[in-house]
Design a protein around this ligand. Structure first.
Ligand code: ARG
Length: 563
């Protein structure tokens, strides 16, 4: 099935042990120009070790290669060019895709292993930021890619729902807030109280003492404190869930920081037992010199716990609950140092799953050049960005396809899909600036372009009517179809690589490649021609539709049949 492996074997057979199979595989090039074949072996890489000219080496090798299983094998300068057997390969790959359907490309390398993914994780009583959006969509896609590779992901929303700021929030609410306002517009009003607290406490430092007392009460389970905290949390979650619903993302657990409030002692005990906790200016730290890292502060001088104290408890909990094959944290690059420290502390503690702990960082995102921030006044709300995208999609559909049934549903799928795709097509560590209009174009490197290509495939199939594809001869030799066929063949490898790299952009780029190849085929060949080859061509179109839809699915993007 793997044609690169097939060519590798052909070359190995002609060599005298000069290269290993892995070396040959790695040296194979994919020529840009189709006239140079599908794969090329650069013979000049052997010139030194074989003491011959590259051309001589190429000629010698080709004389020993059995060309029967290829369309053609030729020497061009210092290269041996392999032209794969189109009829055979197209038949094989199309048959596979049609038989396996959405499961095409599935593999079981994960062996069902549990993989907790810490993702989204916004902070209660604050607006969800673009960073949290990135974590949500990247995490969601990685979860789908993991499933495709035989893992069992557990999507955990590690909410920021604990910490001294809740003491401040309670004080502020009791002094300046009211129930109706919170109910009407929870996030904005809670933020307002919080901001007011920070203004007032400059002149009234006693507010800080009050806040500390209230947080202490909360930690001790005081009824009023717990009631208010729970209420703020519920209201915030309601607002977050509206966004998650729009994005089409759900979670398996919402075990936020508060969940670990009563589970921190175990971690502290291990640190103590192993002699890892040291006093430093009254506080308790773990020294990490060995890792070239600054000490990690675990307990403040007043005994208060921190973000990392709860993350240690979280890691222990996940370790015991899931016996994870890997532990993933999809959190922005700004926390890279923090996760290095966390991993180091957990390794020192001897936590088994810390060895396979991966922080999956991502870069910053701006919208139309504007920064998204929760603290300064210039907040661009994610919710508004999504609505604007849906609006733009609706306008496009209105002008292109005014008679489309269920326009609103499709506009949602296109608008939201454009945002998700616009994010995921970038290597995740890149910083990106989002120009909404660009992401919504039906042409270019966009989600709507891939969706549109899928809808085009579906519309061709619909036009063709009921034709039995199982019986079709799927050996297609049309040059114009070749890139599409080869790209279909690549999908299983891309699925694997995206998983190893935790990189949804590999899937997104793949989907663009397939869409482009297919559109070229569509432009240059008559697919719906009334000849013997029709059923074969339709099988190819069907295969393209399946793989485009599944690629989008792996990104968390919907693929409407019509748009
Ligand atoms: N709530 C945090 C923030 O917004 C992200 C939490 C990431 N997950 C974790 N286990 N630390 O910055």
């Amino acid at each position: 099935m793997d044609y690169k492996a097939q060519v590798t074997n052909s070359i190995l057979g002609a060599l005298d042990g000069e290269l290993t199979s892995a070396e040959v595989y790695q040296k194979l090039e994919t020529p840009k120009d189709f006239a140079m074949g599908d794969l090329a072996f650069p013979a000049f890489t052997l010139a030194k070790s074989m003491h011959k000219s590259p051309n001589m080496i190429a000629e010698e090798l080709i004389s020993k290669i059995d060309a029967a299983s290829y369309d053609k094998v030729e020497v061009k300068g210092a290269y041996i060019n392999f032209f794969l057997n189109k009829a055979h390969m197209s038949n094989e790959v199309i048959t596979d895709v049609l038989e396996e359907g959405a499961a095409y490309g599935q593999n079981d390398s994960g062996k069902g292993g549990n993989v907790p993914i810490d993702m989204s994780s916004p902070n209660i009583a604050k607006p969800i930021s673009m960073g949290h959006l990135r974590s949500t969509v990247i995490g969601n896609s990685i979860a789908k890619i993991l499933v495709k590779n035989g893992y069992h992901p557990i999507k955990d929303n590690h909410l920021g729902d604990w910490g001294t700021q809740f003491g401040k929030l309670i004080v502020a609410y009791k002094k300046w807030g009211n129930e109706d306002d919170v109910k009407a517009d929870p996030i904005n009003n809670l933020v307002k109280y919080y901001v007011k607290f920070h203004k007032e406490d400059k002149e009234h430092p006693e507010l800080d003492d009050e806040a500390r007392e209230w947080f202490k009460k909360l930690e001790d389970g005081d009824e009023e404190a717990t009631y208010l905290w729970q209420w703020f949390r519920d209201e915030s979650l309601k607002a977050f869930n509206q966004i998650y619903d729009k994005l089409g993302v759900d979670f398996d657990t919402y075990n936020g920081e508060a969940f670990y409030n009563d589970k921190m002692q175990a971690g502290i005990d291990i640190l103590k037992d192993k002699g890892l906790l040291e006093e430093s200016q009254g506080a308790q730290v773990v020294k990490l010199d060995k890792y070239d890292l600054n000490p990690a502060l675990i307990l403040k001088s007043d005994g208060a716990t921190l973000y990392i104290t709860r993350d240690i408890a979280t890691a222990i909990y996940r370790d015991q609950t899931y016996k994870p094959a890997m532990n993933l944290y999809v959190v922005g690059s700004e926390q890279t140092y923090y996760f290095q420290q966390l991993k180091a502390v957990l390794l020192e503690m001897g936590l088994k799953s810390a060895e396979d702990l991966h922080h999956i960082p991502f870069g910053l995102i701006t919208v139309n050049g504007k920064k998204l921030s929760t603290r300064s006044g210039r907040i661009i709300l994610l919710d508004e960005v999504l609505d604007e995208a849906i609006d733009l999609a609706q306008k496009q559909i209105e002008s292109k396809n005014p008679d489309l049934p269920n326009k609103e549903e499709v506009a949602k799928e296109v608008g939201v899909g454009a945002i998700i795709f616009g994010d995921l097509k970038n290597e995740r560590t890149n910083n990106i600036d989002f120009v909404l209009e660009d992401q919504l174009r039906f042409e270019g490197e966009t989600g709507p372009y891939v969706q549109y290509s899928h809808a085009r495939a579906e519309s061709i199939l619909k036009k063709a009517g009921d034709i039995d594809l199982r019986a079709a001869d799927k050996s297609i030799t049309d040059e114009n179809a070749w890139e599409t066929i080869r790209t279909l063949q690549d999908f299983p490898e891309v699925v694997k690589s995206a998983c190893v790299d935790f990189e949804p952009s590999e899937i997104a780029k793949y989907s663009l490649r397939l869409a482009k190849a297919f559109n070229k085929y569509y432009a240059h060949s008559t697919i719906l021609g009334d000849d013997d080859g029709l059923a074969g061509r339709l099988s190819l179109v069907k295969a393209v539709s399946i793989v485009l839809k599944e690629s989008l699915n792996l990104l968390g993007v919907k693929a409407p049949d019509e748009m």
